[in-house]
Ligand binder design. Structure first.
Ligand code: TRP
Length: 341
């Protein structure tokens, strides 16, 4: 049996997640993750952390670090994350993480770590930098989570293996030293599994693949229009009520994220009657995207230019995170037996 952490004041369940400070946020990040964080902040005690230490495993050049951290904070706040409601903080500001990471390293087996999918992928892409930090990436991630004795971790499928490893470390710790940690589990709202399709009809929007097929929350209006107008279409259906090819389904899918119901209904009808004009549909989608992205982009830009505010946000977040971290670490040191007086 894993320990629980229902004794906190307020009694709200804990949610913890990490945000990579690499790349710009895109529409897929927004609908797949950030929007849910914004909803969770009303119902849970939330810890959202910028994973700057993790980025060192693959980005040893730190020249861009500050810009990236500021950007990711600004974009998340612009999307509605409220630094007053949640603990929004940087991983490197909480030294307790590194201490817990050290203890967990003694419970993590090299053989297991070598089998981790993300490790194998990364060493294939970067065979010249197979560092030990990369190998123990999942250990650091486990430390991030259990440092707050968090139970719910809003992450996508790609993080499921890391979470399973975190549960292993929790169980080993609890078994060896005594019950301190609850088992963390992936957690998302039922309707969260929205996939935001890429504009080229292939797969979903992502940071690394075709940048012209991905809409970023920092894209200027003209660029948004250009990207949307380039989306793949064809001459249109030739028989009423035809099934939609994937790339057309994708355009409707994107519309459902940002357009009004009547607009969608109109184009559905046009499609079924074979009178649809994809040029018009894309123009409409482009304008609705512009309407959606512009306020976020402008807000993020304002926040980013206000370094004093960002400092305040990071300090406030670190203070909340540290409080929770210290309470956990006292229990951890006691459980391990590092209490000599
Ligand atoms: N590994 C996660 C990713 O690649 C980022 C991350 C770091 C994280 N620490 C975390 C996610 C703790 C959830 C909980 O996206």
């Amino acid at each position: 049996m894993a320990a629980t952490n229902d004794t906190r004041p307020g009694g709200r369940q804990l949610v913890m997640s990490g945000i990579r400070p690499t790349g710009f946020l895109h529409l897929g990040n927004y609908f797949g993750a950030v929007r849910n964080y914004v909803r969770m902040q009303e119902e849970f005690e939330c810890y959202f952390m910028v994973a700057d230490l993790h980025s060192l495993t693959t980005h040893p050049d730190t020249k861009e670090l500050k810009t990236n951290v500021h950007r990711v904070l600004s974009e998340n706040i612009a999307c509605g994350l409220d630094p007053e409601k949640v603990a929004l903080y940087c991983q490197s500001h909480i030294f307790e993480t590194s201490e817990l990471y050290l203890y967990l390293n003694m419970l993590a087996y090299v053989g297991e770590l070598e089998k981790t999918t993300t490790f194998k992928d990364k060493i294939r892409l970067n065979p010249e930098n197979i560092n030990a930090g990369l190998l123990t990436y999942p250990v650091l991630q486990a430390a991030d989570i259990i440092l707050h004795r968090a139970k719910y971790v809003p992450v996508g499928k790609d993080q499921e293996q890391h979470l399973e490893m975190a549960r292993n470390y929790v169980n080993r710790f609890n078994h060896r030293y005594g019950e301190v940690f609850p088992e963390p589990v992936a957690f998302n709202y039922g309707d969260e599994l929205i996939k935001v399709p890429s504009l080229d009809g292939a797969g979903k929007m992502s940071k690394s693949e075709n940048q012209l097929a991905t809409l970023y929350l920092s894209d200027e209006d003209e660029l948004i229009r250009k990207k949307v107008m380039k989306a793949k279409t064809d001459a249109g259906p030739t028989a009423p009520d035809s099934p939609k090819p994937d790339y057309i389904e994708n355009i409707f899918g994107l519309m459902k994220l940002v357009s009004d119901n009547e607009v969608i209904r109109k184009f559905e009808e046009d499609y079924n009657k074979c009178t649809i004009r994809y040029g018009d549909m894309k123009k409409q989608l482009a304008e609705d995207m512009v309407r959606f992205i512009t306020p976020i982009r402008e807000k993020a830009r304002d926040i980013r230019s206000n370094e004093a505010y960002l400092k305040e946000v990071m300090e406030m977040g670190a203070e909340k995170a540290r409080k929770s971290a210290r309470a956990t670490m006292t229990l951890v040191r006691e459980a391990i037996g590092l209490n000599y007086y």
